[in-house]
Design a protein around this ligand. Structure first.
Ligand code: GN1
Ligand code: MG
Length: 350
């Protein structure tokens, strides 16, 4: 890490960086120097195609500040260039590091504390997508191929079932059954994508509430830009539904606590559509709820798959962590499936 620090003028005479935040994938630190506080992040090069990622982000940040000035609003913390003038610095192991602006007294939420927060977070994501929409999808590569390929995730899960030993599977029988019984969700996505009726746009792809920062001076900023790549807005909307609407954490062990708060669903949908209404095609709007079902189903598969494979992807704090996470996703998806008509009519009315 010392070698990385030397690449930044801002970090001459700094204290030892301290671990920061709750991300499941990258390593994030808070670093204090005589020039102030900064966020230092190591991108996980086992998970991301880092060459594509650094190119995507150079391109994005190249146009961002002009857009922010034009619209009089900041959208995301800036990445500070290194001494060589680059946004990322590679370490000896080939992992990119970056230094970013830090906002003191800012906060992100694992659970939305109010409808107002749900509304404002979704509105900020909607505005961020308006910026992303000025970028050409052809210019962006996939930092993780097939990231939101729900049918592909389902196929992977079927393969995992064949290779996993019985003892591990025994612990997850009801969850495996639920995924198998609801394979139609993956099929619907498959048909939708094959129909090519949804426009491909540059999207964020990891819109969980935790990736939206509320600053002390009232700004709402989007963070975690590593999965920005060509995609579909329904997944970005879907991951907001997944993470804003439950009153419990993604890894709440007491499944009774996970639920769908309709008032938050409504607030986030309003906030998102206020920013997006003029731009979404009627077909995209009609399929927002498809995106919510797909992303929650997909997330359940991803956690379960990781549990069955022995926890190789997500950071965990205890052996059954991914299984517990799977259960919250299933509970939430059940709640959506039970109230589908009502939810669809809320979207329609806005
Ligand atoms: C990961 O990096 P983080 O913690 O913001 C994951 C998302 C999942 C999320 C679940 C690159 O997001 O796809 O939805 O965990 N990111 C990647 O909490 O896989
Ligand atoms: Mg994050």
């Amino acid at each position: 890490m010392k070698e990385i620090l030397q690449n930044y003028e801002q970090l001459v005479h700094c204290h030892t960086p301290e671990p920061f935040g709750d991300g499941h994938i990258n390593d994030t630190y808070l670093v204090t120097s005589s020039r102030g506080k900064f966020i230092l992040q190591r991108v996980n090069n086992k998970i991301f195609d880092t060459q594509v990622l650094t190119q995507n982000l150079s391109f994005l940040f190249g146009t961002l500040s002009g857009y922010e000035k034009e619209h009089g609003e900041k959208l995301t913390p800036a990445i500070l260039k290194n001494k060589a003038g680059d946004y990322h610095t590679l370490d000896a192991g080939g992992a990119p590091w970056r230094l970013m602006e830090f906002f003191s007294d800012s906060r992100a939420y694992a659970i939305s504390p109010s409808e107002e927060i749900s509304y404002r977070a979704a509105e900020a994501m909607g505005k961020f997508q308006l910026f992303l929409n000025t970028l050409l999808p052809e210019k962006f590569g996939e930092t993780i191929p097939n990231f939101h390929n729900t049918p592909g995730r389902y196929e992977n899960f079927l393969k995992t079932l064949q290779s996993t030993d019985a003892r591990r599977k025994d612990k997850a029988t009801p969850e495996m059954d639920f995924i198998l019984k609801n394979g139609n969700i993956a099929q619907t996505v498959q048909q939708l994508l094959v129909s090519r009726k949804l426009p491909v746009r540059v999207t964020h792809n990891d819109t969980k509430l935790d990736n939206i920062l509320f600053t002390a001076d009232g700004q709402v900023l989007i963070i975690d830009l590593d999965t920005i790549m060509p995609g579909y807005v329904m997944f970005d909307y879907g991951d907001m539904v997944r993470t804003f609407s439950s009153p419990a954490k993604e890894d709440e062990a007491d499944t009774a606590k996970t639920a769908l708060r309709i008032s938050h669903f409504e607030a986030l949908t309003k906030g998102y559509l206020i920013a997006q209404k003029q731009r979404l095609t009627p077909f995209e709007k009609a399929h927002l709820l498809t995106g919510a079902k797909a992303i929650i189903y997909e997330q359940a598969i991803r956690f379960l798959n990781d549990f069955l494979l022995g926890n190789i992807y997500y950071k965990i704090s205890y052996p059954e962590h991914n299984l517990v996470r799977t259960r919250t996703q299933i509970k939430l998806l059940k709640a959506i499936l039970q109230q589908e008509e009502k939810l669809q009519s809320i979207i329609k009315q806005i």
